[in-house]
Design a protein around this ligand. Sequence first.
Ligand code: FES
Ligand code: FES
Length: 160
Amino acid sequence: MKIIHLTVNGKPTEVAIDERESLADTLRKRLGLTSVKKGCEVGECGACTVLVDGKSIDSCIYLTLWAESKSILTVEGITGPNGELSPVQQAFVEEAAVQCGFCTPGLIMTAVELVGTGKRYTREELRKLISGHLCRCTGYQNIINAVERVVNETHKAIGK
Ligand code: FES
Ligand code: FES
């Protein structure tokens, strides 16, 4: 076991890990952050996406060791102090972009990253930017609608 130090959703965190452990497993099993989903565990589906120092990564193929001194953001870290939904989450609700919800946390974190860039994107660009996420339920149209709306309307970083 090894002790590592990182910031998780704004909180300085110290956690004992197995050196071969993925960040997805650390977040889910040791820190209870179950918004992080494990679909494929080989970096193909995007369900495990979290932000590391503001950049989206597949946490199933990212060793927790690499996160030493870094800042991690998950869906649990983007809601308001009383559980209010963030603008990205609100857009997913309003555009009916969620069915079973398994892909949703990963997509939300990628959308948070895109909003944080402060740039505008075309629908086609957004399709490419979220193409690392697989959704078996929705047909993607409502997801693209939600991401397009929040990315192009919000234009500011989201998160605590
Ligand atoms: S579970 Fe990580 S990319 Fe599929
Ligand atoms: S909503 Fe079910 S996998 Fe996307």
